[in-house]
Design a protein around this ligand. Structure first.
Ligand SMILES: Nc1nc2c(ncn2[C@@H]2O[C@H](COP(=O)(O)OP(=O)(O)OP(=O)(O)O)[C@@H](O)[C@H]2O)c(=O)[nH]1
Ligand SMILES: [Mg+2]
Length: 307
C-alpha cells in the first residue's frame, strides 16, 4: 500500500535508486580515468564508452498510453502522475501525441516533424507537421519516466495511424480498453503489430469498470484472462474518475478504500514492477558493457606486456 507521505507517482521511479548507486560509482571511475588521461591517452575511448553508458542509464523511460478513442488514456496519464494535467473530454480530444517530461519551469511547445521546436500559444495553428506537443513540468519523477499520451486509434475523423506511433521512442506501453466493449479483435490486431520490445513491457488497463456491475465485471475479467492476459505483463481494472477523486491536489492518497477499490493501487503496483524490471535490465546491460570495456583494456595491457 502507498505510504501517505509520498505521491502516488513514485511508482514511476521504482528501481531508479539502484541505477543511481551504480551511476555514482561510474562517475567516480570516469573522473579517475579522466585524471589519468594525461599520462595514458589511450584511455579516451574507454572514457567515452563509460560516458555513453551513463547516458543510457540516465535516459528517462518513455511510457506510452495507447488505445482507441475515448478509452480513457489521458485520464490514466493523469492518474499515473496523480494530478489532472491533461485535458480529458467526452469528445475525442487528444489530437497530437503529448509528451509530459521534466523541466525546471512549466512550458508547452510544439515539436515539428523536422525537429524544430516552436512555443505553443493559443494562436498557434494545429498543423499536420506537429510531431508532438511537449509539456515540461517541474515534477521530479518525470526525470526518470516520461509519459507519452497518444491520440485515439481507429477514430474515423481524428484517428491516429498506429504506424505513426513508432516514429516516437517508446519503451513501455499501457493499452487502455473501454470496459463495455473490452479488447475487441481490432485492438488485439493493432497490439500484435506493436514491436515485441514494447509489448514485452505492456500493461492492459480496462477503464470505466464503474460502468459494469459486479457480475458483468467478473465476466469481462474472466474473458480478458483468457484472450488478453498472455499478451501483457499485467491487467488492471480501473474506475479512473473514482481514483482521481481519492487523491488530494498533490497526488497523495486521501481516501484509502476508494483508491484501492478504484483499481488504481493495483495499477501503480503493476507500473512500479514494470519500471523496476526495465531498470534492472538496463543496469545489467550497463554492467556488462563496463565489464567488456574493462576486459578490452586488460587484453591490451596483456598484449603490451607481452610485446
Ligand atoms: N466513468 C468513467 N469515466 C471515465 C473513466 N476514464 C475516463 N473517463 C471519462 O471518459 C472521457 C474520455 O476520457 P479520456 O481520458 O479523455 O480518453 P482518451 O482515450 O484520452 O480520449 P482521446 O484522447 O480522445 O482518444 C472523459 O470524459 C473522462 O472523464 C472511467 O474509468 N470511468
Ligand atoms: Mg486523450
Amino acid at each position: 500500500m502507498k505510504n501517505h507521505s509520498e505521491s502516488v507517482s513514485t511508482s514511476l521511479n521504482r528501481g531508479q535508486g539502484v541505477c543511481e548507486h551504480f551511476l555514482y560509482k561510474l562517475s567516480r571511475v570516469s573522473t579517475d580515468l579522466t585524471g589519468a588521461q594525461r599520462e595514458l591517452p589511450d584511455l579516451a575511448a574507454a572514457i567515452r564508452a563509460i560516458r555513453r553508458t551513463e547516458r543510457l542509464l540516465r535516459r528517462p523511460i518513455q511510457l506510452a498510453l495507447i488505445g482507441e478513442s475515448n478509452s480513457g488514456k489521458s485520464t490514466v496519464a493523469n492518474l499515473l502522475l496523480g494530478v489532472n494535467i491533461l485535458p480529458t473530454l467526452q469528445i475525442a480530444n487528444t489530437r497530437v501525441p503529448t509528451l509530459i517530461c521534466h523541466g525546471l519551469e512549466p512550458a508547452v511547445a510544439a515539436v515539428m516533424d523536422n525537429g524544430e521546436t516552436l512555443p505553443l500559444a493559443s494562436k498557434t495553428p494545429t498543423s499536420d507537421k506537429i510531431s508532438y506537443v511537449r509539456v515540461k513540468l517541474p515534477v521530479a519523477v518525470l526525470r526518470a519516466c516520461e509519459i507519452l499520451d497518444f491520440p485515439g486509434l481507429s477514430d474515423p475523423l481524428l484517428g491516429y495511424e498506429s504506424a505513426s506511433m513508432f516514429s516516437h521512442r517508446i519503451d513501455a506501453a499501457i493499452w487502455c480498453t473501454f470496459s463495455t466493449q473490452a479488447w475487441k479483435e481490432s485492438e488485439a490486431l493493432v497490439w500484435r503489430n506493436v514491436p515485441a520490445r514494447i509489448r514485452e513491457y505492456g500493461l492492459l488497463a480496462l477503464t470505466n469498470k464503474d460502468r459494469l456491475n459486479a457480475k458483468q465485471l467478473a465476466k469481462v475479467k474472466a474473458r480478458l484472462e483468457q484472450v488478453a492476459r498472455p499478451d501483457f505483463q499485467d491487467v488492471a481494472c480501473l474506475a479512473s474518475l473514482d481514483a482521481l477523486k481519492a487523491l488530494n491536489g498533490d497526488g497523495h492518497v486521501q481516501e484509502d478504500d476508494a483508491w484501492r477499490n478504484s483499481g488504481a493501487a493495483d495499477l501503480h503496483e503493476q507500473v512500479g514492477r514494470l519500471m523496476l524490471e526495465m531498470r534492472l535490465r538496463r543496469l545489467r546491460k550497463a554492467q556488462s558493457l563496463i565489464g567488456k570495456i574493462a576486459g578490452n583494456a586488460l587484453d591490451r595491457f596483456d598484449t603490451a606486456l607481452a610485446g
